[in-house]
Design a protein around this ligand. Structure first.
Ligand code: SAM
Length: 272
């Protein structure tokens, strides 16, 4: 963790005189204070106890930044625009609030995650038009998810016996690969992945709790089949997206681009 924090702070490219908004308070907050001075650092932490104990530890080290207890996805609405914004928890959707609270030319550093647990560190620059654009930095960086963006409990599983069994050219083993999984979760951001032992075989299941959609895959020798239920054809969507990415040459995540506008977040890869 300390070495990841150091890498993140290097990637944040803090310069003299910069002020910083940080999401998630702790060790990194001390390093930011050391680099920029207490007055330049605001850190928002959702967990009151973590914030309190971090505050004590920071004070004992001689650092007194502005600490806020609250949901960091809302940033610090009273703090104006910062030069740098850094999230030390992962996000599934990067909030536009962070773009609004970072000055044009400023940098936002955050780990983009998903509910299939592939993730990557992204550095975005805010443009004059109020959008932010950036690239992924590689290294398979993963962080705990920001609290309000955690996946919902799976609850009672849907009846996985329905649906016609169809062959699929993309097997569930594709999701063992980090980059492919990242592409898959872009296609179905609300899908969660589990494995079940049923009827003497392993079933690889995607479930979208909100839409009550599911896909169950099984391997038969070299081939894969899928059964799907609910309004969203989860595996059709994953297979289409992954096939498209593979046809484009499977560009690595470092070549993907992320854009955040008031309308939301878009992640794209370069087309050949
Ligand atoms: C991996 S820890 C990093 C903490 C700290 N930056 C450090 O270097 O030790 C992630 C922190 O993010 C906090 N967190 C999670 N969701 C949050 C949210 N929505 N707003 C603010 N903090 C959040 C967690 O409580 C946790 O303390």
């Amino acid at each position: 963790m300390p070495s990841l924090v150091v890498r993140m702070l290097e990637e944040l490219q803090v310069e003299d005189g910069h002020n910083v908004l940080e999401i998630g308070t702790g060790y990194s907050t001390g390093l930011l204070c050391h680099r920029s001075g207490d007055d330049a650092v605001t850190s928002v932490e959702v967990d009151q106890d973590v914030s309190a104990s971090a505050g004590v530890a920071l004070g004992a080290s001689g650092y007194f930044p502005n600490l806020i207890v609250g949901n960091g996805l809302a940033g610090d609405k009273d703090g104006g625009q910062r030069d740098r914004t850094i999230a030390t928890c992962g996000v599934v959707r990067l909030p536009y609030t962070w773009v609004e609270q970072t000055r044009p030319g400023g940098i936002i550093l955050a780990t983009l995650c998903g509910w299939m647990y592939s993730s990557e560190l992204a550095r975005l620059t805010v443009a004059e038009d109020g959008t932010a654009r950036g690239r992924f930095l590689g290294g398979q960086v993963s962080f705990m998810l920001a609290r309000p963006q955690l996946p919902p409990p799976l609850g009672m599983l849907p009846d996985l016996d329905g649906g016609d069994e169809q062959p699929t050219s993309v097997g569930a083993d594709a999701l063992d690969d980090w980059d492919t999984r990242f592409v898959a979760q872009l296609a179905t951001p609300r899908a969660q992945r589990i494995s079940l032992e049923r009827d003497g075989r392993t079933e690889h299941v995607l479930i979208d709790v909100e839409s009550a959609s599911w896909a169950a895959l099984a391997q038969h020798g070299d081939t894969w089949t899928v059964r799907q239920g609910g309004p969203a054809r989860l595996w059709d969507t994953v297979a289409e997206h992954v096939t498209h990415w593979r046809r484009d040459g499977s560009p690595p995540l470092e070549r993907f681009e992320i854009t955040v506008t008031p309308a939301g977040q878009a992640v794209t890869w370069p087309r050949p």
